[in-house]
Design a protein around this ligand. Structure first.
Ligand SMILES: [Fe+2]
Ligand SMILES: [Fe+2]
Length: 191
């Protein structure tokens, strides 16, 4: 039994702890990373995005299905990076890897996960324009796309104290998580 206390044990995080741990284990056991040693985009980053996506989901009143879509995007989205720069196209590679994973494991393919991964490395306007044409009733997917991009952006403090310009956050609820995102960085190895 794990007896050490982590930020998941804080009263305000208990409601997301089970889902966080489920997807943490899924990433550990099922998802491979092209660049395991990437200082900025490997598992620790994806764990923080997972945590922040769940916090944001809760603040925004998302459904369990919507939360799971964001969790899947969090654990796959940077798994196929080739370098530490913009590496445009790593989103599409991650989306294809996710699709392949579903096929090989005979799991239901969730189009929203594919689209969020594929377009997370594009400008919002580009991503939203394409998603609009690629899925029926795109509104819900676009909403999740914007939530995911905020969760990913909130971890920009890993780049330095000025890593995130909060004016670029898309959802007001993300602003409420800025301090959380800063404070969790030094203790982000939690489960
Ligand atoms: Fe990325
Ligand atoms: Fe990322």
């Amino acid at each position: 039994m794990n007896t050490s206390t982590t930020i998941l044990d804080l009263p305000e995080n208990i409601s997301i702890a089970d889902k966080y741990r489920y997807w943490y284990d899924f990433m550990e056991n099922e998802v491979s990373f092209n660049r395991e040693d990437s200082p900025l985009h490997a598992r620790p980053h994806c764990r923080r995005v997972l945590f922040l996506a769940l916090k944001l989901s809760e603040k925004m009143g998302l459904t369990e299905r919507e939360k799971d879509i964001l969790c899947l995007a969090a654990v796959f989205h940077d798994s196929r990076r080739e370098d530490e720069g913009l590496d445009k196209g790593h989103g599409l590679r991650a989306a294809e890897y996710y699709g392949h994973y579903c096929t090989v494991n005979n799991l239901p393919f969730v189009p929203e996960v594919h689209l969020i991964c594929a377009y997370h490395d594009h400008d919002d306007s580009e991503g939203i324009a394409d998603i609009t044409h690629l899925i029926e009733n795109a509104e819900g997917c676009i909403r999740l796309y914007r939530v995911f991009k905020d969760a990913d952006a909130l971890d920009r403090f890993r780049l330095g104290p000025n890593g995130l310009d909060v004016r670029f956050l898309r959802n007001a609820q993300a602003l409420e998580l800025v301090e959380t995102a800063k404070e969790m960085l030094p203790r982000s190895e939690f489960r």
